[in-house]
Design a protein around this ligand. Structure first.
Ligand SMILES: [Ca+2]
Length: 152
């Protein structure tokens, strides 16, 4: 049997696709590198799969939001676990993200794009984008997260 550490997110996505297909559920798969792996599952649900080698998941520029259901496989050294949650459960306590995003937009408009960026001196250019990640440490004690140890 494969251990979680030898399994990639792509392999998990392919297994979930098989399960959804066997259940006769329709869905739209995400294009490569796009957020939300399965869209409009059965016409009602969006599913995002995450796999990490510790308790931190990478979100890049996508803040988890309401209406997206997350299934996360965490290969923590002590106890690998799987947790299920609705996106807003992860992001709603971080009330500073709107301010962060508006600062990112300011930096983009000043240095990364548009007429300001075109007026910058020299050969160097730059771009800035959000780079969110989240810790899932302790979610087994949070009722918003349905969590199971994978060693039990
Ligand atoms: Ca994913």
């Amino acid at each position: 049997m494969a251990t979680l550490s030898s399994v990639s997110e792509r392999m998990i996505i392919s297994h979930v696709a098989k399960i959804l297909n066997n259940m006769g559920l329709s869905y739209t798969p995400a294009a490569s590198q796009q957020p939300i792996d399965f869209r409009q599952v059965g016409g009602i649900l969006n599913i995002e799969i995450k796999k990490a080698d510790n308790s931190n998941i990478m979100l890049n520029d996508t803040l988890p939001k309401k209406g997206v259901f997350y299934i996360c496989f965490l290969d923590c050294k002590k106890t690998p676990f799987i947790t299920f949650f609705e996106g807003s459960s992860l992001s709603q306590d971080s009330n500073w993200t709107d301010e962060y995003l508006s600062n990112i937009h300011y930096l983009k408009d000043t240095y990364g794009r548009g007429k300001n960026a075109k007026q910058l001196n020299g050969r160097i250019s730059c771009y800035v984008r959000p780079n969110f990640s989240a810790t899932l440490k302790g979610v087994e004690h949070d009722p918003r997260f349905e969590t199971y140890n994978l060693t039990d």
